[in-house]
Ligand binder design. Structure first.
Ligand SMILES: *Cc1c(COP(=O)(O)O)cnc(C)c1O
Length: 382
C-alpha cells in the first residue's frame, strides 16, 4: 500500500544527519527540535500555535479535555472513520453522537447534523477522511449557530485545503497524526494540534506534561504525551517535501481516475452521484473541485457490483495489495455497543463499509505500476 523505504532512500542523507544531531545533543524529550517543529507546522497550517504530542489520538483527546468536554456532554462525529475519533469522545467521558456521511465524499453530511444537536452537545468533530476536507463552511455555520466547538480530525489531511485555507486552520483546533504511514509520517508515533487560541494551546501544553507548566508544580491532572526530539527532527526534514509528496499523490489519483473512468461497476473518488451532487452541472462540479484540494491519504473506490471482497481476494492473488478502510462503521463495533445503535442506524456509512476499497497510493508510485494495477482490476470477471 505504501513504500516507506523508497521515501527514506530519497532523503537518507538529511534524515541520517538529523538523527545523529539529536543523539549528539541528547535532545531526546522536548527541547529545541520539538519547538522548531511546532513553529514550522503552525506556519505551514497558517495558525498561531501548534503543540506537538505523542499521537493523533492524544491530539483529539487532549483537545476535548482542554475544551472542558467530558461527563454529561455530547460530541457529534462521523461513524465512518478510524476508531480513535469516536474512542476519544468516550475516553473523555462524553457521549459520541454519530451523524451519517455524504455518499459522495465519505465525510459527515452537514445536512444531517442539526437534528442531532441537543442541549448537551458541545462540539463537532468533522473528519477529513482519506485526505479530503469536510464541507467546513456548512459545518462551521451550524457550530456558530449553536455555539459548538469544531475539532478537526485532520489526521489524514495534512496539507489539504478548503477554499484556500489549510486543514487544521478551519475549526477551533486541528488534530494531526504523524503515524508512519500518514502523509507526513514519523519513524514512530507522533501527533500535533494547531490552533489560533492561545489559552487552548497553553492548556494542551500543560496537559501533555502531567498538568504542569513548571516541573513539580502540577496544576491539573494531565498525561505524558510529549513528542520526542528524534521524531521532531525527522519530521522537520520531511515537512519540506510534504507539498511535493502531496502533489505526487494527486498525480497518482488523477492517473487512476483516468484509467478507471469507464469501468462501470466501480466509482472513482469525486464522481460519486450523491443526492447533493447527483445531476450537478459541470460548473457545480468544477466549483466543488476548486473548493477542495485533497491530499489523497487513501485512494478509495467503490465497488458497486457487490463483489468487493471477491475483488480484493483476486487482487491479492495477482500480487496487488488493497485495503478496506473501514470494514465496520463505529456504531456497529463492540466497544460502542453501549450506545445502542443498530444495523440500519447509518445506512450510508454501512453501505460505504461494504463497498469501499483503497488502492495503493504513495508519492513514488510509478505510472507503469498504476497501469498494471488498473489492468488487473479491469480484468476481474465476476
Ligand atoms: C491515524 C488517525 C487517527 C489517530 O492517529 P494516531 O497517531 O495513530 O493516534 C485518528 N483519526 C484518524 C482519522 C486517523 O486516520
Amino acid at each position: 500500500m505504501v513504500d516507506l523505504g523508497a521515501q527514506y532512500n530519497s532523503i537518507k542523507k538529511e534524515i541520517d544527519g538529523a538523527i545523529s544531531a539529536v543523539i549528539k545533543e541528547s535532545a531526546f524529550i522536548g527541547g529545541k527540535h520539538v519547538q522548531k517543529l511546532e513553529e514550522e507546522i503552525a506556519s505551514y497550517c497558517g495558525t498561531k500555535y501548534a503543540v506537538a504530542l505523542n499521537s493523533g489520538t492524544d491530539a483529539l483527546y487532549l483537545s476535548l479535555k482542554a475544551l472542558g468536554i467530558g461527563k454529561g456532554d455530547e460530541v457529534i462525529t462521523s461513524p465512518f472513520t478510524f476508531f480513535a475519533t469516536g474512542e476519544v469522545i468516550s475516553l473523555a467521558g462524553a457521549k459520541p453522537v454519530f451523524v451519517d456521511i455524504d455518499p459522495a465524499t465519505f465525510n459527515i453530511d452537514p445536512e444531517l447534523i442539526e437534528k442531532k444537536i441537543m442541549k448537551k452537545t458541545k462540539a463537532i468533530i468533522p473528519v477529513h477522511l482519506f485526505g479530503l476536507p469536510a464541507d467546513m463552511d456548512r459545518i462551521i455555520k451550524i457550530a456558530k449557530k449553536y455555539k459548538l466547538y469544531v475539532i478537526e480530525d485532520a489526521c489524514q489531511a495534512i496539507g489539504a485545503e478548503y477554499k484556500g485555507v489549510k486543514t487544521g486552520n478551519l475549526g477551533d483546533v486541528g488534530c494531526f497524526s504523524f503515524f508512519p504511514s500518514k502523509n507526513l509520517g514519523a519513524y514512530g508515533d507522533g501527533g500535533i494540534i494547531t490552533t489560533n487560541d492561545q489559552e487552548l494551546a497553553v492548556n494542551i501544553k500543560t496537559l501533555r506534561n502531567h498538568g504542569s507548566k513548571i516541573k513539580y508544580q502540577n496544576e491539573v491532572i494531565g498525561v505524558n504525551s510529549r513528542l520526542d526530539g528524534l521524531q521532531a527532527a525527522i519530521l522537520s526534514v520531511k515537512l519540506k517535501y510534504l507539498d511535493k509528496w502531496n502533489k505526487e499523490r494527486r498525480r497518482v489519483a488523477n492517473t487512476y481516475n483516468k484509467l478507471l473512468k469507464d469501468t462501470e461497476w466501480l466509482e472513482t473518488p469525486f464522481n460519486h452521484t450523491s443526492s447533493r451532487l447527483r445531476g450537478a452541472s459541470n460548473e457545480t462540479m468544477k466549483q466543488f473541485n476548486n473548493d477542495f484540494i485533497p491530499v489523497f491519504h487513501q485512494y478509495t473506490i467503490r465497488i458497486k457490483n457487490g463483489k468487493r471482497d471477491q475483488l480484493k481476494q483476486y487482487l491479492n492473488e495477482k500480487g496487488v495489495s488493497s485495503m478496506i478502510y473501514y470494514p465496520i462503521p463505529l456504531h456497529l463495533l463492540k466497544a460502542m455497543e453501549y450506545l445502542k445503535y443498530n444495523k440500519g442506524s447509518f445506512p450510508t456509512s454501512e453501505k460505504a463499509s461494504e463497498e469501499v476499497l483503497s488502492l495503493p497510493i504513495y508519492p513514488e508510485l510509478d505510472v507503469k505500476i498504476i497501469n498494471k494495477i488498473v489492468k488487473i482490476i479491469i480484468s476481474y470477471k465476476k
